[in-house]
Design a protein around this ligand. Structure first.
Ligand code: PLP
Length: 419
């Protein structure tokens, strides 16, 4: 029963160091967030000890009376949050939710049509080294070379030519809303199912600040840890419970997983409760405001003169895609430069990127974590200015680092937590 610091000082030190890193830097990786302390508490709890294969009320293990309560709360809360009739809260991750969703929707050898990875799609939407690219025939759609947006008329023609069993809406790097009604109509026209992966924008949907894919899609999957700010994990939703409940449940367990992570499921329940609150909605408004401020600043003439611009000229969501194809900096150099001043982002290929995937010509910059930390318009304006100065080469690293340090100090993260 020794505490971590005594039993394993090396790992205790990792926790301390990572907490320090999160506190002292500005987190702008679009897929990351800071889970509330209550989520950390539920996730680091005795529920990790419990095996509970099966579903509430139908387990293959005894002693599940309390974890059943947690799972039922998570299910009820997420159904109500998104207005869905069915939910499965057991997927360990977004990728596993996606694997189960596809397994329930089509057979190996049949065809999926999703956004190309190089144009903002996800690995699980048909990348050749991923299970999705190995198990299924893959057709991919792209964004347009002039607008960087998906052209729904072209997608309709492609769907008619490809005749996929499943059409995938959803992305990891795309700064605009998707037209879910058009996706639905295309799927209906070619007799395909529509699966939406809202991993990135689920928090915005929960807050009512982004169109919901739920009414239009056969199946919706999501992660819980990005804009939703919960524990790392996945969830699956559907409207037609009669058609999908059995298939999706058995695709998750026993199809993909054994015992569910009950500590994580309890933490999901907490996150879904938070996501239904007025505080969460206000936070998501700041997420969007911050992204708009950033996009606007990085699209000004002084940046364009330095070869830096914003893909699609702006954003509807929590992230901005920076185009560095004409900049002296490539994606790797820009990521390293921002890292040196205390801002964490990830380099990201832009569509039609001339540089290799490990280098890239773009950055993906997100605002959810800083909004969770408390940032509003004033702070996002300052962050945008710091990033602009860094990318156009206008200031010293020391000066910019000092401005970052001030913002970090003004918005303490997890006060009282010791790692
Ligand atoms: N789907 C999308 C659209 C994503 O962006 C991601 C994560 O990057 C995932 C699924 C996978 O989530 P996880 O990393 O939890 O497997």
């Amino acid at each position: 029963n020794l505490p971590l610091a005594e039993l394993d000082p090396e790992i205790a030190q990792v926790l301390k160091d990572e907490l320090g890193r999160q506190r002292d830097t500005l987190e702008m990786i679009a897929s990351e967030n800071f889970a509330p302390r209550a989520v950390l508490e539920a996730q680091g709890s005795v529920l990790t000890n419990k095996y509970a294969e099966g579903y509430p009320g139908r387990r293959y293990y005894g002693g599940c009376e309390y974890v059943d309560v947690a799972e039922n709360l998570a299910i009820d809360r997420v159904k109500s949050l998104f207005g869905a009739n069915y939910a499965n809260v057991q997927p360990h991750s977004g990728a596993q939710a996606n694997a189960a969703a596809l397994a329930a929707m089509l057979n190996p050898g049949e065809k999926i049509l999703g956004l190309s990875l190089a144009h903002g799609g996800h690995l699980t939407h048909g990348m050749k080294l991923n299970f999705s690219g190995k198990l299924y025939q893959v057709a991919a759609y792209q964004v347009e070379e002039d607008t960087f947006r998906i052209d729904m008329d072209k997608l309709r023609e492609q769907a008619k030519a490809e005749r996929p069993q499943v059409i995938i809406a959803g992305w990891s790097a795309y700064p605009r809303h998707l037209d879910f009604a058009a996706f639905r109509s295309i799927a209906d026209e070619v007799g395909a199912l529509l699966w939406t992966d809202m991993a990135h924008f689920a928090g915005l949907v929960a807050a009512g600040l982004h169109p919901s894919p739920v009414p239009y899609s056969d199946v919706v999957t999501s992660t819980v840890h990005k804009t939703l700010a919960g524990p790392r994990s996945g969830v699956i939703l559907a409207n037609d419970s009669e058609r999908w409940a059995k298939k999706l449940n058995s695709a998750v367990f026993p199809g993909q997983q054994g015992g569910p992570l009950m500590h994580v499921i309890a933490a999901k329940a907490v996150a879904f409760k938070v996501a239904a609150s007025a505080e969460f909605k206000e936070r998501q408004e700041r997420v969007l405001e911050g992204a708009r401020i950033l996009a606007d600043r990085l699209n000004q003439p002084d940046l364009t003169a330095a070869g830096v611009s914003v893909l699609t000229g702006g954003t509807d969501v929590h992230l901005v895609l920076v185009d560095l194809r004409n900049s002296a900096l490539d994606g790797q150099q820009a990521e390293d430069l921002l890292h040196s001043i205390g801002i964490t982002v990830n380099r990201n290929a832009v569509p039609f990127d001339p540089r290799p995937p490990m280098v890239t010509s773009g950055l993906r910059i997100g605002t959810p974590a800083l909004a969770t930390r408390g940032f509003g318009g004033t702070e996002f304006t300052e962050v945008a200015e710091i990033i602009a100065l860094a990318l156009k080469g206008g200031s010293s690293v020391e000066e910019l680092r000092a401005r970052v340090d001030k913002l970090a100090a003004d918005f303490p993260l997890y006060p009282g937590l010791e790692g």
